[in-house]
Design a protein around this ligand. Structure first.
Ligand code: 4H7
Length: 234
């Protein structure tokens, strides 16, 4: 899968994408740095600094709202230029795939696991991270956005954290991202099972400050263990 991120703050992505399992699974390239892109990785992430599409000497990306009011908006011409530029790239493994453009905003449709799994089947995602008071409505009305998503009912300063949440959630479903064991564990949940429900887990030591592990888990009796876990799903 290829993921392009259009953002005013590309540096924010440094930590989450270069640590942990996303490090193993994805190649990560800031704008311009295409040379070190590794096409053999399950996910290729390319960052694009929106400011490079800005206007004039100061690379202006925002403007005040018609009709007045507080705050600034991201300009339609700048945002569309960025989206069209990314769409035109068609490098790496995307071939003739059509990108799916997602815009993160607090009024978007709430992200759920089922949606994550659908998005994981796409070849190419473009993630647009909103800032200020958001984008000019014409970016949406003009058809440049396929989907407006919110990661939850709270307000953030920008769409970068939602983009990182989506990348992490989607990555877990791309073949080759999770290790063998974690993938098998994932598969052992049927699609109909509520994934939020899990049984309690314990590891060594057997006793910690008087807190013990349920005897059945130490018994080695697999039938009983399975029964206990089913009964203790929360
Ligand atoms: C687009 C439009 C996503 C993006 C407006 C983004 C929460 C979520 C943003 C805004 C986001 C989410 C800018 C409106 C800051 C509010 C104070 C960026 N917040 N914001 N204003 N839940 N913020 O997914």
């Amino acid at each position: 899968m290829r993921i392009d991120v259009i953002t005013l703050f590309p540096a924010m992505f440094q930590g989450p994408l270069t640590e942990s399992i996303l490090k193993r699974a994805s190649s990560f390239a800031p704008e311009g740095a295409t040379a070190d892109r590794q096409d053999d990785k399950p996910i290729q992430i390319q960052l694009h600094d929106l400011r490079q599409f800005g206007l004039g000497k100061y690379h202006q990306v925002d403007d005040s709202p018609y009709g007045g009011g507080a705050g600034m908006l991201m300009r339609v011409d700048v945002v569309v230029k960025a989206i069209e530029s990314v769409k035109a790239e068609k490098v790496g493994r995307v071939g003739k795939a059509k990108p799916h453009v997602i815009y993160f905003s607090p009024r978007g449709k709430k992200l759920k696991q089922a949606k994550v799994e659908k998005l994981a089947k796409k070849d190419w995602l473009i993630l647009l991270c909103g800032h200020y008071e958001g984008i000019d409505q014409r970016v949406i009305d003009g058809g440049w956005i396929d989907e407006e998503i919110s990661i939850g009912d709270y307000v953030l300063t920008g769409g970068e954290l939602p983009a990182m949440v989506l990348i992490d959630a989607v990555a877990r479903h791309i073949p080759g991202v999770l290790g063998k064991e974690a993938s098998a564990h994932e598969e052992s949940f049927s699609a109909s099972l509520d994934r939020k429900k899990e049984y309690p887990h314990y590891t060594r030591p057997e006793e910690f400050r008087g807190l013990t592990v349920p005897d059945v888990l130490l018994s080695g009796h697999h039938g009983e263990i399975e029964k206990w876990r089913k009964e203790n799903v929360k």
